[in-house]
Design a protein around this ligand. Structure first.
Ligand code: NAD
Ligand code: DAU
Length: 348
């Protein structure tokens, strides 16, 4: 059966990749993007889908915030939406340390507005895209979906708050919602503040890259299209009220990632600038999730890390107009100067 999916945050990194994935995989599905176009959302990120004759009729864009119930309910009625996949969020840990308020507005209150709209309009399903960070950090072993929720940063605490709203709405109202918790994504169209695109874009310009502390934190790196496939699996075959981990068993330290990027771009080790950890005690040492529950539905990671990392680096090298438009903006430069200025000094 065809679907009309409201993709909130669809002009951001993972949301836009998900829209592309859906439009390609399901020729009879429509996607309706609602995005506030914060610093992290860009119309240039979705222009290809809007301009391609194969998809342009099946993609609509609306500017607006998920906290705005008039906007959300109006779009659902006008577009006859039956499903919501929620990517909209303030998503960067470092920014959450500087200014946590907007994270609560979007990542908690915004989720409530969407859940309320699902109930009000009798939508068939909502997938809430959460994160493995809600579990906090783990030295050994892996988190399962039954592990306690113990977030450590204002970002992950806000995401955990959104999840609690989902849980309560499922239990209280029978709202047909499901949660996913994925590890660190990489791929095309990622905003150049996150580790991989930040470092790649700087290295392309022969600038130093700020590695936090010894660079020994571990993340489970998931290629963005594996994440999209996991969400797709959960949307069609997941059980309402459940949460599903999405992980690739792709654990690497930040130092390993940095060395891989230097190798791929043929840049010298001297471009690594080790800086005192700006996240301090809030810097989670290791994320690792067990994804057996999702694997039992038939999902497994399809992409090789080394190949997709190389493709990602090449994408940034080949699409410089996309990210240079962002890095040239005063708000981008202000954030980089505010967060890294005292560490990078003249290397900024
Ligand atoms: P992103 O920051 O690249 O994109 C977020 C998008 O949401 C942007 O387009 C932004 O304009 C939009 N947005 C922000 N506030 C909004 C609001 N109030 N109303 C409507 N739109 C709003 O983020 P991303 O990396 O693509 O992450 C997408 C989702 O996936 C987030 O919920 C994040 O928590 C989750 N997630 C991300 C990762 C990762 O590694 N990036 C991993 C697991 C889960
Ligand atoms: O685990 C999923 C999460 O992954 C998502 O929920 C978040 O939205 C996403 O931003 C990401 O969070 P991280 O904080 O792990 O990602 P980030 O790319 O900011 O940092 C990855 C690691 O690299 C982290 O240990 C901090 C380190 N780092 C990051 C930057 C930006 C550096 O050493 N230097 C840097 O300049």
């Amino acid at each position: 059966m065809s679907k009309t999916i409201l993709v909130t945050g669809g002009a951001g990194f993972i949301g836009s990749n998900y829209c592309r994935y859906v439009l390609q995989k399901y020729p009879d599905y429509r996607v309706v993007i609602l995005d506030a176009l914060t610093y992290a959302g860009n119309l240039s990120t979705i222009a290809d889908m809007q301009n391609d004759p194969a998809t342009s009729e099946r993609v609509r864009f609306y500017p607006g915030k998920i906290q705005d119930e008039t906007v959300v309910n109006g779009i659902i009625e006008a577009e006859q939406v039956d499903t919501i996949v929620n990517f909209a969020a303030e998503s960067h840990n470092d920014r959450s340390i500087l200014e946590p308020g907007s994270f609560i507005q979007t990542d908690v209150y915004g989720v409530y507005v969407l859940l309320d709209a699902v109930k009000r309009h009798g939508l068939t399903r909502m997938v809430h895209v959460s994160t493995d960070e809600v579990y906090g950090t783990i030295d050994n072993g892996q988190f399962t979906e039954k592990s306690p929720i113990e977030p450590n940063t204002p970002y992950s605490a806000a995401k955990a708050g959104g999840e609690m709203q989902v849980r309560a709405h499922v239990i209280t109202y029978g709202t047909p919602a499901i949660i996913t918790r994925c590890g660190n994504n990489y791929g095309a169209y990622q905003y150049p503040e996150k580790l991989i695109p930040f470092f790649v874009t700087r290295l392309l310009d022969n600038k130093k890259v700020p590695l936090y502390g010894a660079g020994n934190q571990v993340r489970d790196w998931v290629y963005v299209l594996d994440h999209c496939a996991g969400i797709d699996k959960v949307l069609h075959e997941g059980t309402i009220g459940e949460a599903y981990n999405i992980g690739s068993e792709g654990e690497r330290t930040n130092l390993e990632i940095t060395h891989a990027l230097l190798r791929l771009l043929n840049r010298p080790e001297s471009l690594i600038k080790t800086i005192p950890d700006p996240r301090g005690g809030a810097h989670d040492k290791r994320y690792s999730v067990n994804a057996d529950k999702l694997r039992a539905l038939g999902w497994k990671p399809a992409y090789d890390f080394d190949t997709t990392l190389e493709q990602t680096v090449r994408w940034y090298a080949d699409n410089q107009s996309w990210w240079r438009e962002i890095t040239a903006k005063p708000d981008y430069q202000a954030f980089i100067a505010r967060f890294y200025g005292r560490y990078l000094g003249e290397d900024l």
